[in-house]
Ligand binder design. Structure first.
Ligand code: FAD
Length: 469
């Protein structure tokens, strides 16, 4: 009896425990991806990026004598249909940890097991299963540093190689055509604008990792905070879609550490921030949609997305160059530097006093590395409402930040066209990417600040003191 291998956010062939388990069962393996309601609900950029990844996975599978079967519908219904059509005896997948996926997967597992099939999930998305890391008192971690100390010396299994061939069934079930799914439909900027910035698929990710651990990791500690430089791995989109395994990254980082490469430990710590985000998500699923610290429910957040200042934030024309550069970078490339994410999040939640969920949702629609755990944790950290968060009274000043982390104005010049005699191609690409309805052109004067930095800071702190009282 064949095994159905249900691909989700694990779009690779190497170091893939569910795939190895399917091969170990013997018999044909039928890889399937289901366009279910959770896929339907993805934001514009992550959905567009997912389609690129599926295309890449399909051709990798073909290289092993296999195929990727695409079907649309509720996951359970589709899997049952495929079981009927193929006579499959088992369904395997890689575990997900966000509340919506967990609910779906539990129901699928119970139903398929009830049908008499071997059905279940495998690890692979994380280094450490969230329940396997416990404090001395048997609870979960709410603070990062003790979490890091608890896992840093754990042994991690070596990543497994990709199989050379995957046994095919005698006949393949029918598959949808990827193009018919129109996964880029909501992404008006798509391939022309965003395409060149993406590094799609397993081979690209492995290449990037190799280059990073033999190059930029050396001064990662110093350069990772400079948004104008290519000083980080840029692997987040690959990790988010499982095009590369975290174990592969961990091993490469550990090797660099043992070779004495200076920034390696700092980089390993970043990989563990991703683990920590999943640890929090698993133990407190409400982190995705509610203030993790409920005392924040009393704070007078603006929740109205139609307010002009929120629109200006989304469109990158707040009049604060660092904020605008970052918002434009994200709109055009689907990526945003981590330092810039912290600054635009602080600005939205503090200077503009707008709810972090507005920012979380905009990031979800624009980021090609969108990840339910890291995005939620990042926003709650920035707003001050999360566990181990930056305190609300720590308000980033975007001007001081720019002076410190972009002293030569490389990042600002790259992304701001207005007022420049010869704007950079990136800065101009923003005006090609945005919808005409935004009514902006590179010849416009650069906008005046929508709120004074001092004034916005003072207002936020006063509201904070009042809410606390
Ligand atoms: P590197 O610096 O090379 O780090 C290596 C890997 O470690 C990253 O690829 C990522 O997987 C992980 N990592 C690094 N920093 C963090 C962090 N702070 N939290 C969790 N994991 C981290 N990251 C996402 O992957 N998806 C998101 O949707 C996302 N949303 C964010 C929202 C906000 C408000 C903030 C402040 C941060 C968010 N991050 C998110 C975290 C971080 O900004 C990105 O992971 C990082 O910029 C990716 O760049 P890189 O791959 O070059 O990272």
């Amino acid at each position: 009896h064949p095994t159905l291998l249900w691909f989700r956010r694990d779009l690779r062939l190497s170091d893939h425990p569910a795939l190895l388990a399917a091969l170990a069962r013997g018999g044909p393996v039928i890889p399937v991806f289901i366009h279910d309601p959770l896929v339907e609900g993805l934001g514009a950029a992550p959905k567009w990026r997912l389609a690129l990844s599926l295309d890449d996975l399909a051709s990798r599978l073909e290289g092993t004598g296999s195929r990727l079967i695409l079907r649309r519908g509720e996951a359970l219904g589709v899997l049952r249909e495929l079981v009927r059509e193929t006579g499959a005896g088992a369904v395997f997948w890689s575990r997900a940890y966000d509340p919506d996926s967990v609910t779906r997967d539990k129901a699928v597992k119970a139903a398929l097991t009830g049908d008499g099939l071997e059905a279940g999930s495998h690890a692979g998305h994380l280094l450490f299963e969230p329940w396997s890391v416990e404090t001395g008192s048997g609870s979960f971690y709410k603070v990062y540093t003790p979490f890091w100390n608890a896992v840093r010396d754990r042994s991690v299994d070596a990543p497994a190689a990709a199989p050379e061939s995957i046994p095919a069934p005698v006949s393949w079930p029918q598959s949808d055509a990827l193009s018919d799914w129109r996964m880029g439909a909501a992404m008006n900027r798509g391939a022309d604008i965003c395409g060149p910035w993406q590094r799609v698929g397993e081979a690209a990710a492995l290449g990037r990792l190799g280059g990073f651990v033999s190059g930029a990791i050396g001064d990662y500690r110093e350069r990772r905070d400079l948004p104008g430089e290519d000083g980080t791995s840029s692997l987040s989109e690959n990790l988010a879609l499982g095009e590369i395994s975290p174990r592969r990254c961990w091993y490469a980082g550990q090797r660099a550490l043992h070779e004495g490469r200076a920034g390696a430990e700092t980089w390993l710590k970043e990989l563990v921030w991703r683990e920590f985000a999943y640890h929090l998500l698993w133990h407190t699923p409400r982190i995705v949609d509610a203030n993790w610290r409920s005392e924040w429910d009393a704070f007078p957040w603006n929740r109205d997305e139609t307010r002009p200042e929120v629109i200006a934030w989304k469109q990158g024309r707040t009049g604060v160059p660092f904020v605008d550069a970052a918002m434009r970078e994200m709109y055009v490339t689907g990526r945003m530097h981590n330092r810039a994410r912290m600054i635009v999040a602080s600005y939205l939640t503090k200077h503009l006093m707008s709810h972090w969920r507005i920012g979380q949702a905009w990031f979800e629609s624009c980021l090609t590395d969108w990840d339910p755990a890291s995005n939620a944790m990042g926003w709650q950290w920035s707003a001050g409402s999360g566990p181990d968060a930056t305190p609300y009274f720590r308000v980033f000043n975007p001007e001081t930040q720019a002076a410190k982390f972009d002293p030569e104005s490389v990042y600002l010049d790259r992304w701001i066209a207005e007022g420049r005699r010869e704007p950079a191609p990136e800065a101009l690409s923003y005006f090609k990417a945005i919808p005409r309805s935004w009514g902006l052109s590179p010849g416009d004067p650069y906008p005046a600040p929508i709120v004074g930095l001092k004034e916005g800071r003072a207002r936020a702190l006063a509201a904070y003191e009042a809410a606390k009282a």
